[in-house]
Design a protein around this ligand. Structure first.
Ligand code: 3AM
Length: 178
């Protein structure tokens, strides 16, 4: 199965994010149900590995914290913008949790993640979008700032690649203490 660790987002926040959607022809917008903040992509694993991963994540002790989504931006590959996202206001508690997840996953036998953690919520994939439209969107929504949410758990998701959008299933939620 294909796994990743993420924060799910409460419905009112997903609803708020959904109001940003639109105005970029050719963008593939993420369905509201799929909006999440990835802590660590894992990829394909077999059942024994999945079990190890679950055990390691269940042993992680972390504290609940507040999180605010703020700003929008893009990731680019080979000089082309590929991904449009909502950003996260500076959040040492989130970085700390991500670090703990990374450590737990290495304990479960995964190779270290080489890429730096850049917290974001993907809003759209931009395969065929016109750069001026993307720039316009970023300018228009630069001051986006959501209500803070309380993060009191993180989640192991499985992902099935669908034709239109991937189908994400929350497999296990791991509580963070108050
Ligand atoms: O949270 P976002 O949307 O940035 O792009 C995938 C998504 O990221 C990413 O994992 C998240 C949950 O599916 N992803 C998919 N395949 C990946 C890979 N091979 C990957 N990240 C890194 N390497």
């Amino acid at each position: 199965m294909r796994l990743f660790v993420a924060l799910d987002l409460p419905w009112p926040l997903r609803e708020h994010l959904a109001t940003l959607i639109g105005g970029i022809p050719g963008a593939r917008w993420v369905p509201d149900d799929n909006l999440h903040l990835t802590l660590r992509f894992i990829g394909e694993v077999n059942a024994p590995q999945a079990e190890e991963i679950d055990l390691a994540l269940a042993a992680l002790r972390g504290r609940a914290f507040a999180l605010t989504l703020a700003g929008v931006g893009t990731f680019a590959k080979g000089g082309r913008e590929t991904q449009l996202w909502a950003g996260v206001a500076r959040n040492p508690a989130l970085d700390h949790l991500q670090n703990k997840v990374e450590t737990a996953l290495q304990r479960a036998g995964l190779e270290p993640e080489r890429r730096r953690f850049t917290p974001h919520v993907t809003l759209a994939r931009l395969d065929n979008a016109v750069p001026q439209k993307i720039a316009g969107f970023v300018q228009a929504h630069n001051l986006f700032r959501a209500e803070p949410i309380r993060v009191d758990h993180f989640t192991l998701f499985s992902s099935r690649l669908g034709k239109e959008a991937s189908v994400y299933t929350a497999e296990v939620a791991y509580p963070l203490s108050a």
